[in-house]
Design a protein around this ligand. Structure first.
Ligand SMILES: [Zn+2]
Length: 385
């Protein structure tokens, strides 16, 4: 039997940076499951360069618990590592390597637990999901969810094993990224009023977003379960202009809205579109009819908040021995699982304080504690529902 540590060593050795294929890792998992007699399905991307893996074990029928993790990792480019990132290095009880915390550690524990689950008289099915392209906007899992949502035998509960130091997490904010492109009209800057200055109109739009962010931070919209306790709006990139003596024809900027689960990020965009339509475009068109303001979605994932009284929250409280439910600042695939009717909680080994950083690590103690948690899950799943 392979221990979680041994499996983690194998998983870390695959460079599954999101821009790379994850098929070598998936192939390894397929061979592992096949040796254990577990069948699985692969859901490939259109180019067949990446795949989600879905497996089910235990009794047939509805319900059950899903364990879910993403196989991809963030890049190591430009980071100063003191150990090789795609090999496991053990030092003083810490296991170093890209993805050890986020989140191959959980996948290793989940795979290591399969023989134990198989040996138990489970009263409900165990579902396993491994996705790709999570780190670039929760993209890969969507095709898996399309397949799952069409089936009657969906799991009742999903545990997303993102690193929470095995604390029970019920939610996080959602995120929407948008690019705005302002097309003005160029002219020599000496006759500036004859042109339409794309940078200046972009600045008005950005200022409008700043005001929206301030409005959403008002006390009546706050939710103390999140940090910060309100929806935030932020412009992160801007491009525009050629030379100081030319009125700029083009300016584009990227902004994001990080929403409380109860807020609608699209409402922020619709409000900006109304401002563009009713306030700015008439002024721009008065000078030049060919000027435009366009919006393009970049990426998005929904927020997550699973109720404290839900079966999913009660199960994770039982498994962790803690009802100190919290939220995390990072996003997960959980909101997407929730959207297709699979209530999700977040709980996994390691800490996001080490995720995405050079010399990422997970402690052996966290890995062992996750193994123990999954054994408690197996025992719970043997009870008649
Ligand atoms: Zn992650």
């Amino acid at each position: 039997m392979m221990t979680s540590r041994k499996l983690l060593e194998q998983l870390v050795a695959f460079d599954t940076t999101s821009r790379e294929s994850n098929l070598a890792l998936i192939d390894f998992v397929c061979r592992y499951l096949t040796e254990l007699g577990v069948s699985y399905e692969l859901i490939h991307n259109a180019e067949r360069s990446k795949a989600n893996l879905y497996a089910r074990l235990g009794p047939a029928g509805r319900g059950g618990v899903m364990l879910s993790g993403h196989s991809d990792v963030v890049p190591v480019d430009g980071q100063n590592w003191s150990v090789p990132p795609f090999a496991l290095t053990e030092r003083e009880g810490k296991l170093y390597g890209r993805g050890t915390a986020d989140m191959k550690g959980f996948i290793a524990c989940m795979l290591a637990a399969v023989p134990h689950f198989l040996a138990q008289p489970l009263a409900q099915p165990l579902h396993l999901a491994i996705s790709y392209d999570e780190e670039v906007g929760c993209l890969g899992v969507r095709t898996l969810l399309d397949v799952l949502s069409a089936r009657p035998e969906k799991p009742d509960i999903c545990i997303i094993g993102e690193p929470t130091e095995l604390q029970p997490v019920l939610g996080h904010k959602g995120k929407l990224g948008v690019r705005c492109e302002v097309q003005g009209a160029a002219c020599h800057s000496a006759w500036a009023p004859l042109g339409v200055n794309a940078i200046e109109y972009a600045a008005k739009l950005i200022h409008h977003l700043t005001l929206t962010g301030q409005r959403l931070a008002a006390p009546q919209y706050q939710d103390a379960r999140f940090d910060p306790p309100f929806t935030t709006v932020q412009t992160g990139v801007i491009r525009g202009g050629l030379a100081l003596n030319i009125v700029p024809a083009d300016c584009s900027f990227d902004f994001e809205v990080r929403t409380l689960p109860q807020d609608d990020a699209q409402e922020v965009v619709r409000d900006l579109e109304r401002y563009a339509q009713h306030e700015l475009l008439p002024q721009m068109h008065a000078v030049n009819r060919d000027t435009t303001i366009r919006f393009h979605p970049l990426s998005s994932y929904p927020g997550l908040y699973t109720a404290e009284q839900s079966a999913a929250a009660r199960l994770i409280a039982r498994l962790t021995g803690s009802e100190a439910f919290s939220t995390v600042a990072f996003g997960t695939e959980g909101g997407l699982f929730n959207q297709i009717g699979i209530p999700s909680v977040v709980c996994g080994p390691g800490s996001m304080a080490q995720g995405h950083k050079p010399d990422e690590y997970i402690t052996l103690e966290q890995l062992n504690a996750c193994d123990a948690l999954l054994r408690r899950l197996a025992a719970w799943m043997c009870q008649p529902a």
